[in-house]
Design a protein around this ligand. Sequence first.
Ligand code: HEC
Length: 220
Amino acid sequence: MNRGPFIFLGVFIILSLTWALVINKPIQESGHLSPIFDAEQGGRLPMNAKGGAAQGKLVYQEFGCIACHTQQVRVSSGFDLQRGWGERQSVARDYIDQTPALIGNTRLGPDLSNVGQRRSDREWHLLHFYNPQITSKGSNMPSMPFLFETREIVGEPTNRALKLSAEYAVADGYEVIPSRKAEALVAYMKSLKVTYDLKEAPKSKDVMLEELTAALENAK
Ligand code: HEC
């Protein structure tokens, strides 16, 4: 008996299934990993850290912030969204331009994917880095006074100096000046925000419900 056609069919089915499940499905799910373009938001998205923010990213790596902070929003439990850490799930495409991607795996502190959106105040970040107790009483985050220089005021006080309350003030006639590393770290924090949608990124049930209700309202 000629088994040729059966063998051919068998091999064909195995190869097709392999292509569909191992090759095509991941490609579909990762959205081909091509960037999207949006002129309003500055062109190519997702945007990588640039300028001061890129330097701040190096400081973030140097100080091991990744030991306590993730940059990956998950929607499955709703936990991240309730805390305002983001509006949608982070997906592979969010990281395509990031070398390295600082996703992290431990969350002793909040997720920072969108920290620039909820905290855009330079002064807040600087005080927080200088001593987290000033802005967040009881925080476990280590203070980083070495990112600042305490120096004698010569002539007028400097504009850039920290505005410390009486409780944390340094000696009379002295001021606390943020270093370039501190400023870069703030620039990096402020640059962290996900302001675009990706079609493969799952949204929370609440967001989907809101969109559906709005669409139904419009259709009326
Ligand atoms: C030992 C763990 C730990 C390390 C290391 C750490 N953090 Fe934190 N971080 C925390 C905790 C806990 C909080 C929440 C309390 C607070 O606001 O201080 C926090 C809060 C923050 C926030 C405010 C987030 C928000 O949503 O309010 C920022 C920004 C931040 N950390 C940045 C950094 C940066 C940058 C580094 C590295 C230089 C760093 N952290 C290192 C534990 C840590």
